[in-house]
Design a protein. Sequence first.
Length: 435
Amino acid sequence: MNRRYPPARRGDDGLQIEVRTSTLEEAFIKLWVELFTTPVHLDSALSKQPRHLKSLLAQLIVPILLRPASLAQAMGVGVSPGEPWSLTREQLAHWRPAWLIAKALHQTMQGQAQKVAPVQDDFPPHFLAELGDAWAEMAKEPPLSLRVSRGHSPQNILQEFRKAGLPVRAELSDLSPQGIRLAGYTPIMGKIGEHDYYEEGAFEIQDEGSQVMAYFALWPELFSKLLRSSPGELRNLPGWSVPELPRGEPFTVVDACAGAGGKSLALADALVGRGRVYAYDLNERKLQALRRRATRAGLNNIQAVALPEGQESEALAKFRGSAEVVLVDAPCSGWGVLRRSPDIKWRQGLDTLEKMSAIQSRLLSVYSELVAPGGRLVFGVCTFRKGETTEVVDRFLASHPEFSRGPGGYVGPGPCDGFFMQSMTKKGAPQRGGQ
């Protein structure tokens, strides 16, 4: 889930155009209130802002959502003890310190958000209880990564970027074989999207951890070496070196919760046409976006299918036992992508969290029926919570003795977002090769 904000509006001299404080205050307060009085998410709320204010509002509101306590302290804004996490949603909608921080931040930005070290008070207590040492990483600005098509060389694409003079550092990923990591986010999104190679489908914007999950689903024996037993920074991993992707296998792959299809595209591209990917989702609009992206990338081995909510079992009955690989990248609390969706921690209460594991368990049970004997079921989520990761897997295996536990663990956060993934094998002799 990579967030795209337009570049800051600038004048001919390169300096950010001034916006009247009264205009900015009105727009900021309206946006802030909308976040806490409607179900709209930050991306959607920002997309509706006046064009000349979008970038500036993003540069103000995102740091505040990420680091409210540390920014309040740095900007000299008084905040009562326990705030903002002790407030109700209605109180948060009218939390005056948010604008005072934004105003002070705007005065000191000089073209970019002020860098402030995060503190634990930037998170609600129930987040800190499970984030562990990962809390500081999740208060930073999000990274930007690309996945290069197997028909192109990441080294060549990187060289082209350097020739184009991108105003950031770019380097090959040390996690994904087809990844490129860019240092910088907002200022370069427009340039990346306008590059000829992007229009030709040579690369997609996709987090490195998301890339790893797709590759892990196909080749867990290679990518399990990257996983850890608990979330944490990816440094000095013993025995890890980025592997080359194997030749495409003739797998039948199901991406159970495909959405707009980042992992579906990665799976289809990794198979280089020798397998077929069935991308299922409840949201037809997201699947339409997937189809457009697949066309641009020249991928003909993806079939996107919308399923009626609550009737997945009936719709999928004829495909039972037919897939070598089934990836259930389930809906979750999203704690692993807090850097991209910082509004999560302001709006997500314990009642929401309690529902997640039930949804994940149901989806695992439904889609496990599609796995062929000897095939693989992979459960994945972009969160760290035990109630949505290891505990979900333990319950599933206890109630489905036909599956055995394979490799699994956490990747990130760090240069990538945070993910959990677990491989499980269905007992029985494979129906054909490739396993």
